[in-house]
Design a binder for this molecule. Structure first.
Ligand code: DGJ
Length: 514
């Protein structure tokens, strides 16, 4: 039997190993409700995903469906979705929608919802928040038990490792409040900080005296990480799959209460790592325009793993950038099952009415092309990352960027204007064009591979150098199942600018010097 999936750390380059081979997750996360009906999956999900060609999809396991009566477990949905995925030849990541989903307890079973012994968090005004308090030990025990049953079942049912990772809970943290104010939480907050926190930070006193303005957020991170840490540890003991958590990440200087308080943002990773050591990774859900800031923050805090991001015309540019810039372990736009039908992740009507199909699947097909390219080039990208030979770019609001190498300068300008632009500054011809994004791989001293969308890359000798460089050959490359295939020789008019329009494309340029 193949070894279980695991994370391998090779001098700081972290790789997910599946069947003992490196595995780059290029897929997407399904809408929240898709996995609750296997027939819906057959009719509305798999046909689109086949066209996308991802290799792994993230789909929820709903506690309310899995344990409809206390202590009675029903794994029909879990088994169904796994066997569908096997038939489709793809892997799955299961999202445990247990005690907390987006900070709320909407997926806990009905028997728990109706029983006040499973007490909820309270806001500062004393009103209940529809979310079980992490101080409710009985609830944490119940989640722990259910998650353990799930992991035990997976171990039995999935010897071929169709499921390669687990997400524990979903976007934890209390929304709209700096912390939980229920009676149990209040007592804990007014007491001296626990020894473990005192040791971790080398401070003493109450939460407020020890942590000042950070007290509420640290308090919630401590309470939540202890609860989730117990749940993850119990599940992992049964079946040792890599585990991660996702979190709301916006890239703005917002505080607890403005963001879900206590969720695993990098500023509280120290607490999460200490109390939930079975969680390997914390990944950002990026719906914010500050994509580069957020991905950079998380890539600095642990290996990058993006379980959710907006699904739209810019997803393909982001995919090229993210894999090249950070060797992300996972790239997974949310609401992927709508994408091939041209349904955006925010289109509520489309999510609830399966008869609505969109008219434009272009964004999905563009992402499919980016995925094909990345699968072909991933090995080369990883090697180039180790040697500092990959230069990734993504447009946010800026018109372009530059990379200064020892002997070359790479100037990137954004837009889909192609050669009609002026002086290599193409601008956007089509207002619907995606943002520019992609990467340059240096393949030799004077050879560069350019892969991108809506961008123009000019390569010149280092400023001040008296070398003159000329193009020896410029080649359009096609991505095929067997690798890159050289196509047209781009000479004459096509040689003047290395411009890529609003669709992923690859060109290789070799220079000679005089
Ligand atoms: C983030 C959540 O984690 C997802 O489950 C989903 O609710 C999306 N938001 C919707 O945009």
């Amino acid at each position: 039997m193949n070894r279980l999936p695991y994370l391998k750390n090779d001098d700081g380059q972290v790789t997910l190993m599946v069947d003992d081979k490196p595995f780059l997750i290029l897929g997407g996360e399904l809408h929240n409700s898709s996995g609750s009906d296997l027939q819906y999956m057959e009719e509305h999900v798999w046909p689109g995903l086949r066209k996308l060609g991802g290799n792994c999809y993230l789909t929820p396991v709903y506690w309310e469906c899995m344990e409809p009566e206390e202590g009675v477990y029903d794994f029909n949905l879990v088994e169904g979705v796994i066997s569908q995925a096997r038939r489709e030849g793809v892997r799955l990541i299961l999202l445990w929608f247990g005690l907390w989903k987006n900070g709320a307890s909407q997926y806990v079973p009905a028997w728990m919802k109706k029983d006040p012994e499973y007490f909820y968090m309270c806001g500062v005004d004393g009103r209940m928040v529809e979310s079980v308090s992490p101080f409710c030990k009985k609830a944490v025990e119940a989640d722990k038990k259910a998650f353990t049953e799930l992991m035990r079942h997976l171990k039995e049912y999935d010897p071929e490792h169709t499921v390669i990772m687990m997400q524990v809970e979903n976007e934890t943290g209390i929304w709209g409040q700096p912390r939980d104010y229920c009676t149990a939480a209040q007592e804990a907050f007014e007491a001296e900080i626990p020894e473990e926190m005192a040791e971790l930070y080398g401070v003493a006193g109450t939460w407020e005296t020890a942590f000042g303005q950070d007290a509420c957020e640290y308090f919630m991170a401590w309470a939540l990480s202890k609860a989730v840490g117990e749940i993850a540890a119990a599940g992992r003991k049964e079946y040792d799959l890599p585990m991660f958590m996702n979190c709301v990440a916006i890239g703005l200087p917002l505080r607890a209460g403005q963001l879900p308080s206590g969720g695993p943002l990098p500023r509280v990773h120290k607490i999460w790592r200490r109390f939930a050591p079975d969680i390997d990774l914390y990944g950002p859900d990026i719906y914010s325009p500050f994509y580069k800031e957020v991905s950079g923050d998380f890539a600095g805090a642990n290996a990058l793993f993006i379980p959710e991001l907006s699904q739209d015309k810019n997803s393909a540019s982001k995919a090229l950038y993210t894999v090249a810039a950070y060797n992300t372990i996972c790239f997974s736009p949310f609401g992927i099952d709508g994408m091939m039908n041209g349904i955006s992740e925010n289109d509520l009507l489309a999510q609830t009415n399966s008869d609505i199909s969109g008219t434009d699947e272009k964004n999905g097909l563009m992402l499919a092309e980016a995925y094909r390219i990345l699968h072909i080039l991933w090995e080369e990208i990883r090697m180039a990352q180790k040697e500092g030979n990959v230069f990734a770019f993504l447009q946010q609001t800026e018109p372009g960027t530059e990379f200064v190498l020892d002997d070359y300068i790479l100037n990137v300008t954004y837009g889909d204007g192609g050669m009609r632009g002026h002086m290599g500054q193409p601008g956007h011809r089509d207002p619907e064009s995606p943002i520019g994004g992609g990467f340059v791989l240096r393949r030799g001293k004077d050879r560069f591979l350019i892969c991108g969308i809506a961008c123009n890359v000019q390569i010149s000798p280092a400023q001040g150098s008296r070398d003159q460089i000329f193009i020896l050959e410029k080649r359009e490359m096609e991505c095929t199942e067997n690798g890159l295939r050289p196509r047209r020789i781009l000479n004459g008019d096509e040689r003047n600018f290395t411009a890529v329009g609003a669709w992923p494309a690859i060109q290789e340029i070799t220079f000679y010097r005089r």
